[in-house]
Design a protein around this ligand. Structure first.
Ligand SMILES: *Cc1c(COP(=O)(O)O)cnc(C)c1O
Length: 366
């Protein structure tokens, strides 16, 4: 593997002169929530056309100065990743499949006309931040340190073309257990809005996709549901994914189905990991198309027994109820299903170093 030096980068370390007091931090870590509290440090690396990546620092978390004409503020040239550092059973700290996040980050960068970041620099940035903020692990059961690498176009220019300056940043947020074990099943609303169209940015992890999902998500909430599910743009028939989670369907013959990656679905690392874990168990998993009509029919006949959503933040979330303008239906018992819970437990125990890691997914940070 290429090294940091190959990428011509050396991190400058600037410890925070006035980190949060141990007392306040302990309060935060006892009840971290999700996405509202942040650690003391951040990583920042700049990119300039002709020069490449430079000025890598891990320093105090602070506001960033942007020219009001910075391209990200006008044309949304922005991509991000989301991964977690987990406290291991042996007391150490580990990342889960960080190279997969690094690779996906570059796929997103390519789609948004942004520069690639060497994968080893991505992973080293995350390592540096976790090392600087190693006192920021939640003390609650199931807690983790959520890491948010992202890249923005910083060049001050209002013409429409790819920017010539970018900033890569990593921030960290202590995260509680999204849902305690035995997660409650969520109710989802089938949106008439479209998340992603063929040829669009659906497979890229970019902020713009999320901006466009807020109205549909708000509509789901207003109608009394927890999450929104999107259908395909062309036929408005095939199930794609939620606003930020992939979907799995479990059938009465023990097989699973997940929508295939057609370019309009975000290729989730949790989705991919569960595909492997299910196959390890000898289960048959298909990647294919599944229509809303078939879903409703199979739920009614009992052929479909479970549905779950998956993603890094909430891991695995059972879907209990589905509603659309044509009415509602219940999935299985309406509560968490057995296979959903088993796959979740399998994945979580690997992430936390409580089970063997046959696929080399766990990267120990020592
Ligand atoms: C990040 C994301 C997912 C889940 O991906 P993971 O790698 O499993 O966290 C699913 N859908 C969308 C739209 C996402 O942005």
């Amino acid at each position: 593997m290429a090294t940091l030096a190959d990428a011509g980068l050396q991190f400058t370390s600037l410890p925070h002169p006035a980190p949060m007091s141990a007392e306040r931090r302990a309060q935060v870590l006892a009840n971290p929530g999700f996405g509202t509290n942040f650690s003391d440090h951040m990583v920042s690396i700049d990119w300039t056309e002709g020069q490449g990546w430079h000025d890598a620092t891990v320093g105090p978390r602070q506001p960033i100065a942007l020219d009001p004409a910075a391209a990200v503020l006008h044309y949304a040239q922005e991509i991000f990743e989301g991964l977690k550092a987990y406290r291991q059973a042996d007391g150490g700290i580990a990342l889960f499949r960080p190279m997969a996040n690094a690779a996906r980050f570059n796929q997103s960068a390519a789609r948004l006309a942004m520069p690639a970041l060497p994968e080893e620099v991505f992973v080293e940035s995350v390592r540096q931040l976790v090392a600087a903020d190693r006192d920021w692990f939640p003390t609650v059961e199931g807690g983790s340190l959520y890491l948010r690498p992202f890249m923005i176009a910083t060049e001050a220019f209002l013409g429409v073309r790819p920017a010539r300056q970018y900033k890569f940043l990593v921030i960290a947020s202590p995260a509680g257990n999204y849902f305690k074990s035995g997660a409650p099943a969520v109710s989802i609303w089938v949106s008439e809005y479209t998340r992603a169209a063929p040829g669009g940015t659906g497979a890229a992890k970019c902020g713009g996709n999320y901006a466009a999902s807020l109205v549909p998500q708000g509509e789901a909430i207003a109608r009394g549901h927890d999450q929104v599910v999107f259908l395909d743009a062309a036929e408005h028939k095939w199930i794609e994914e939620l606003g930020g989670m992939n979907l799995y369907f479990v059938f009465d013959d023990g097989t699973l189905l997940t929508p295939e990656l057609t370019g309009t679905i975000l290729p989730g690392i949790t989705r991919d990991s569960l595909l492997t874990l299910a196959r390890d168990e000898g289960l048959t998993v298909r990647e294919g198309r599944y229509s809303l009509d078939q879903w409703r029919e199979d739920a009614a006949s009992g052929k479909l027994v479970e549905t779950f959503a998956c993603g890094t933040a909430a891991v695995v979330t059972p879907v209990g109820k589905v509603a659309s303008r044509d009415g509602e239906f219940t999935v299985g018992s309406g509560g968490p299903g057995q296979l959903t819970q088993r796959l979740k437990d399998r994945l979580v125990s690997i992430q936390r170093g409580q089970a063997a890691d046959p696929h080399g997914w766990v990267t120990k940070l020592g």
